[in-house]
Design a protein around this ligand. Sequence first.
Ligand code: DAH
Length: 345
Amino acid sequence: MTSDPKSPSLSLDDLDRLRNEAESEFSSIKNDADAETFRIKYLGKKGILRELVKAVRDIPAESRPAFGSKANELRVHFETRFEEAPWKAGAIEAESASFDPGLPGFPILQGSLHPLTQIRNQIRDIFLSMGFTVSYGPEIETDYYNFEALNTPKHHPARDMQDTFYITENHLLRTHTSPVQIRVMESMKPPIRSIMPGRVYRNEEISSRSYCLFHQIEGLYVDENVSFADLKGTLLAFSRRFFDEKTKIKIRPSFFPFTEPSVEIDVECFLCKGSGCSLCKHSGWLEVLGAGMVHPNVLRNCGVDPEIYSGFAFGIGIERIALLKYGIEDIRLFYENDVRFLKQF
Ligand code: DAH
């Protein structure tokens, strides 16, 4: 080391180097033993900094005053710091005594995705794997998108003040995700394959089965030669991926103004496999979604020529599927955010 105080070639630079070395050893002191080692090495009777002062006499006369005062300053510097350091009060010992690395840590609660988000993601991922894209639309809609463009005339019961939250005469909270179909068809040219998840609102009496807000995933497929067989095949494939690979589906005729023909699709009850249980009210089937072939008027409203293109659409109620899948009796549990409920998922 360059800091041997007996070396006849000691210079002011050596003092700088010595200072750096001592500084780094000082800052790595972790306990009383380290502190004592430092003290003996630098500040003890035979310590480097004391010997340094003695070495002044070996320095050539002309540089002696400068060297002497710098060496002295260095010793005082470390003596002062050492005096003021925390271990003087036994702090290092006390600190390490109060920290027991063997104690178990505090439990950190890990959050998880809301069950409705989990179901939505599962449904979304199945359709993404089939080549569908994801689109979104506004929750505040105009009368045109929510009803008119969807072939729902003024007198239709779905427009009843009982069901729809109107904001102005012309603006409302969307009652379904179907208006996003219109926006998608207005903004893209066929072939269109898209799903549209989101919140919807209805002015319904709040009960264990219905709530004023819920979630849907809309689906739309428009291209040349899209047939009812494509609708069946797609929704069967979806049901088998989502519920069970042997799931059967049942298609019942229904009515929606924006599809013709319109259907409702039931899946075989995944709990009793069709033999009848309380979940399926002993019918063996669970109603899961509405669907149909897009009505030619709807295509026309969006500038899509029904002579060239056809399509199917479907709407899935996310709460409905989540209630079924998890055997939950009360829809309100989804919105209360009670951690005791949420942490089960
Ligand atoms: N919008 C309908 C509802 O909220 C569900 C629905 C039915 C959507 C048939 C569709 C469809 O796209 O083709 O009850």
